[in-house]
Design a protein around this ligand. Structure first.
Ligand SMILES: [Zn+2]
Length: 159
């Protein structure tokens, strides 16, 4: 995805109050993020327990910010609703997002099981062992990347 700035982050949430936008902390090493390797940008707030954020490209140059409230990981591993990595390489947590606008202010939320530290972009690029000779690894990776982008964008668009 294209790089975003701290100013963009603090002003482009769909579902965060002014207080939440002001109190958020950027992740460590924000200035070293490798944007080219990301389909969306997500992180857990380093100071506020279970608070997490994701900035998701939804088409064109548009990027939307989502504030999440995460639940603790379950003992039973879940499939991430965005990257669908069947190897379950990391914790996946139930994450709630307030709907945007008046619907959210009235308490309506949308939820998704998503990788706890938003590892999705890494997961879809991490090729599994080839299932058979001649398997088209590049095509499979491209398809995983596209699937991730579509599912994350759909979530953001429906918020
Ligand atoms: Zn994921």
């Amino acid at each position: 995805m294209l790089p975003i700035t701290e100013k963009f982050i603090r002003t482009n949430f769909m579902n965060a109050s002014k207080k939440e936008r002001t109190e958020l902390s950027l992740p460590e090493h924000f200035d070293e993020v490798d944007w080219d390797s990301l389909d969306y940008f997500g992180w857990r707030d380093p100071r506020i327990a279970r608070r997490a954020y994701a900035f998701v490209p939804i088409g064109g140059d548009e990027v939307r910010g989502i504030l999440f409230q995460q639940q603790p990981p379950l003992s039973k591993p879940q499939l991430c609703g965005w990257c669908h990595d069947v190897r379950l390489p990391n914790d996946v947590v139930f994450s709630n997002a307030k709907r945007s606008g008046s619907s959210g202010r009235n308490g309506n939320t949308v939820a998704v099981y998503v990788c706890k530290n938003f590892e999705c972009s890494f997961n879809v690029r991490n090729d599994p062992p080839s299932p058979y000779d001649g398997f088209d690894m590049d095509a499979a990776r491209t398809s995983r990347i596209e699937g991730l982008r579509e599912r994350a964008a759909k979530f953001a668009a429906e918020l």
